[in-house]
Every structure is written in C-alpha cells, then in structure tokens.
Design a protein around this ligand. Structure first.
Ligand code: SF4
Length: 341
C-alpha cells in the first residue's frame, strides 16, 4: 500500500472518501478547453445540472439526492461553476439552510472568472473550500485566502510534468495555501484521441501509464522537503471503487424497500414475478396472503411484481405458470439492472 498523502487530507476529501459528499454538477459550460477534460458527451458544453447521477429539473431533487446519501457535504463541480454564479450561490444557500451550517461545501473552478466579488459572494453564501484547477499562480488564490476560505489547487498528474508540479507545490507553500490535490490522469471517450496524439498509453481499464508513479513521487518529495502544504493523491481506484461504493452503500440504506435484499457487493437483490396485469394481481396477493402493501412492488421495467423471498413458495402455488427470476440492481436513482437469473 502506497502512502498517498502528505500532511493530512483536505476536509472535502475526507468526507468524499466516506461516500458522504453529494456531487453537484452545476453546468457543463467551461471556457478553458483542457485537452484532458474528462467530461462525458452528455455533460460537456451543456448547461445541465446533476446531483450525483440524477439529472436535475427542480431544486428539490438536489435535496432529495443529498438526503438519500445522508450527505455531510457537497462538492460543486462542472464545467466552471463561476460561469453560473447566481445558480451556484442559490444552491450553496439552499444546501446550508437545509442540511445545516456544518454541511461542508467545496467548489472547483478553473479560476478564469475568480474575481474578488465572485469569491467574497461565495464565502458569504456559505462556501467552505475552493479548489482551483490551475498550473500557475493566479490572483484568485490570494483573494480566496483573504476571504477566509480553505484554498487549494487540484490538477491531474500528467507524465513528464514533474518539475512543473514541484514548482506549483513550492509556489502554493510560499503563498500559504492549504493543499495540492493530484488526480490520476484518466482516459475518457472525449479525450481518447487527444491522449493518443500525445503518446499517452493506457494502463488497466482507463488510466494513463506513468500518472500514478508521478503523483506518488511528488508525495514522497513533499514529505522529504517537509512542506507545510497538504499534498494528496486521488487515484482512479479510490474515486471509482472506494468513494463511489461507499456512497452507494449509504444510498442503499435509505432507499431499500422492505421486500428487497442488501447483497454483500453493495447491490440490491429481489425476486421478480412476470405477470400480465401487475396492479390487479398485486391487490389480490396482498389480500390473499394478508401482507402489508409495502411488501409487494410493481416493477418499473417490465410487467411484473417484486416480491420478498419469504412468499416465494406461496407465489409458486398461486401463480404456477408465472416466470420468476432473481434480479440485482445498483442503488442509484434509476436502479440500473446489473444481473438477472
Ligand atoms: S477546467 Fe475542468 S471542465 Fe473545464 S475544460 Fe478543464 S477539465 Fe474540463
């Protein structure tokens, strides 16, 4: 196991790693155009809002998604949230009002529009931490510190950029900033060609070869230099498997229905009985088997009933011709089906 941080973790990361952070994607619009931008086609350049995986149409849906994971904090991302400043301010206030002032909020920006007015307004609305996606010193860093925010920089570890990263860390240290977060560089459908053109090689499923080595080298160097600055490496594995899985576990606890089973791998399992008229058969079964109404559900996906394991043998007797299968779903808002047997 590698040591992947120096000097501790920023509070936003601590909460995120427990799966307790709501990811609020404010807009896909951004004026920076980084060649390594990982945004997907459904988000990049589009003025859409997502809370975790849920496309948002009404503000209330953000709060419901936060509730579903018992959110202890929110990470506001994009695109560039500062391009939709009024929206961002409104949501920061809304989240703080609903979840309480201790609900920790951090925000990512490329810094292009980080004016004094914007930053002080963010602080006044309740923002706790700001992360700049920059490789060089910008004015926004000092303004954010002056406003009383926890301030850091978050960048990918691009192979060949060791000296540039060290220079950035020294600059942040001298400026009295709080942290430098280094992410593993990931291949994504929208950046694949750009990466290939630059000669990057794929390692494993989706990461760039050499990115992790570079990030770990910077952590070791920060340790040896005795930097005050916190330096933290966030790997793709940590982000996708650990953090995402923890978030799904929290979500599952709150959304699982009485007839469903919590499986070891974080999924939700249940029996599905295929029937032509699910609503009328459901009413009859509830009456005949003297069940509480919440013990049988109607499937969102097909003509069928969702039932608990405990009534399986009765169902086989009452509906001997009905096909029964066991399905496994992710505990997301749309409950993607992973497997059926
Ligand atoms: S700043 Fe972020 S959202 Fe904008 S292009 Fe770069 S990586 Fe993509």
């Amino acid at each position: 196991m590698h040591i992947d941080f120096h000097g501790g973790l920023p509070k936003g990361c601590e909460i995120c790693l427990r799966g307790a952070k709501l990811v609020l994607f404010i807009t896909g619009i951004c004026h920076k155009n980084c060649y390594y931008c990982p945004l997907s086609e459904k988000k990049k350049g589009r003025d859409v809002i997502y809370a975790n995986e849920v496309l948002i149409e009404k503000d209330l849906e953000i709060l419901l998604e936060g509730r579903a994971i018992d959110a202890e904090g929110t990470g506001i991302t994009g695109g560039d949230p500062l391009l939709r400043l009024r929206r961002t301010l409104r949501y920061i206030k809304m989240l703080k009002e609903f979840f309480g002032s201790e609900h920790h909020i951090h925000l990512y920006t490329n810094g292009i529009y980080a004016s004094s007015e914007a930053i002080f307004n963010l602080k006044r609305a309740g923002l706790d931490e700001i992360r700049f996606h920059i490789m060089d010193k910008i004015k926004g860093l000092e303004i954010a510190k002056e406003a009383g925010l926890n301030v850091g920089v978050e960048v990918p570890a691009i192979p060949g950029e060791e000296e540039r990263l060290k220079k950035l860390a020294i600059c942040l240290e001298r400026m009295g900033m709080d942290f430098l977060n280094i992410n593993q560089l990931e291949f994504a459908p929208m950046n694949f060609l750009q990466f290939k053109e630059r000669g990057f090689e794929l390692e494993g499923n989706n990461v760039v070869k050499g990115s992790e080595e570079l990030a770990l080298k910077i952590i070791k160097w920060a340790e040896e230099e005795g930097l005050e600055l916190k330096v933290h490496y966030c790997s793709s594995l940590k982000k996708d498997q650990l953090q995402y899985k923890m978030r799904m576990m929290r979500r599952r606890k709150n959304i699982i229905r009485p007839y469903e089973e919590a499986l070891e791998d974080g999924l939700i399992g249940k029996f599905l009985v295929e029937v032509e008229e699910p609503y009328s058969i459901r009413r009859k079964l509830i009456k005949t088997l003297k069940l509480k109404p919440n013990m049988i559900g109607v499937s969102m996906y097909e003509k069928g009933l969702e039932i608990p394991r405990s009534i399986l043998s009765e169902i086989n007797k009452i509906l001997p011709k009905a096909k029964v299968k066991y399905v496994k779903e992710l505990p997301t808002a749309i409950r993607e089906r992973i497997e059926e047997s």
